[in-house]
Design a protein around this ligand. Structure first.
Ligand SMILES: Nc1ncnc2c1ncn2[C@@H]1O[C@H](COP(=O)(O)OP(=O)(O)O)[C@@H](O)[C@H]1O
Ligand SMILES: [Mg+2]
Length: 266
């Protein structure tokens, strides 16, 4: 058994910071010396674009790998891996939507797992950026993952999304992936000035804090995050001393205790 941990970053609601978290948590772990693979598993391919990669440039992408897996061809994930910011990346592609449509019925949940299993020993962390849906792509991600990291904004609507996701996680545990853990809930885009935000964070802690980790680290709202994405780089390249970079470094500490010590000593 390898020590690699596969984390799916998931929530059905869009715009909560899944992609920003996958990229910047990955970059923080890489900076702490961890071997990291990012997988863009959203047809929108925002992660790929946020890393300055053009999805159409990569003939070998996650959609092509999924097609190979589905048609039981030999799978070579290595051919699809590109290097960015000291991380390995498998880029996304719009074709993933068509792939998702072809996945229906039973025995369609293990294809991403069959792509990642042969390479997992090479990494300490594999982070999967999920699409904002609970369709078959996300089911594949949850089947392949060891844990789920749930980013949410302190808003009523994203709290509803968490209920939906937890329902799916409990079903996955029963049928497909009994060991699927919840890594934790991450509060993103936190605006400390609003009373509503404060109240929602308290409500989230009251509702879920007893059953799962809610990360102590909250990611502040900052225009720097979108700026970094537009520049095709991580927050550590764009604004290394800012609050968001500090927060993602602290989050990496919480996710990986050993990495935390290394980062502190460095
Ligand atoms: N901490 C943050 N502060 C401000 N804007 C953010 C933050 N995190 C993400 N964003 C921006 O919000 C939008 C949605 O974030 P994204 O990570 O793409 O969410 P998702 O993947 O859940 O749809 C993007 O434009 C992104 O740049
Ligand atoms: Mg996204």
């Amino acid at each position: 058994m390898s020590n690699c941990k596969i984390i799916a970053v998931s929530l059905e609601k869009g715009g909560v910071g899944k992609t920003a978290t996958t990229l910047n948590l990955g970059a923080a772990l890489a900076r702490a010396g961890k071997r990291v693979l990012l997988v863009d598993f959203d047809p929108q391919s925002s992660l790929t674009v946020s890393l300055g990669l053009a999805p159409e440039d990569h003939i070998e992408n996650i959609a092509a790998l999924m097609r190979d897996a589905i048609s039981e061809k030999p799978i070579d994930a290595s051919a699809a891996i590109v290097r960015k910011e000291s991380m390995d990346v498998i880029s996304g592609h719009i074709e993933l939507s068509a792939v998702e449509l072809s996945l229906s019925g039973v025995f369609c949940d293990h294809f991403l797992g069959s792509i990642l299993t042969p390479v997992r020993a090479r990494y300490d962390y594999i982070l999967i950026d999920c699409a904002p849906s609970l369709g078959m792509l996300t089911i594949n991600a949850l089947a392949a993952a060891d844990s789920v990291l749930i980013p949410m904004q302190a808003q009523y609507l994203s709290a509803k999304g968490v209920e939906l996701l937890l329902g799916v996680i409990f079903k996955m545990r029963k049928r497909i992936n009994p060991n699927l853990a919840i890594e934790g809930i991450l509060i993103t885009m936190r605006d400390r000035r609003t009373r509503h935000g404060r109240e929602m964070v308290e409500a989230i802690k009251a509702a879920y804090g007893g059953n799962m980790r809610i990360f102590e680290t909250e990611i502040p709202a900052s225009v720097r995050v979108s700026e970094a994405a537009a520049a095709g780089v991580s927050i550590f390249t764009h604004d290394p001393v800012g609050g968001v970079a500090r927060a993602y470094a602290a989050l990496a500490c919480e996710v990986d205790n050993a990495g935390c010590m290394e980062a502190r000593d460095a």
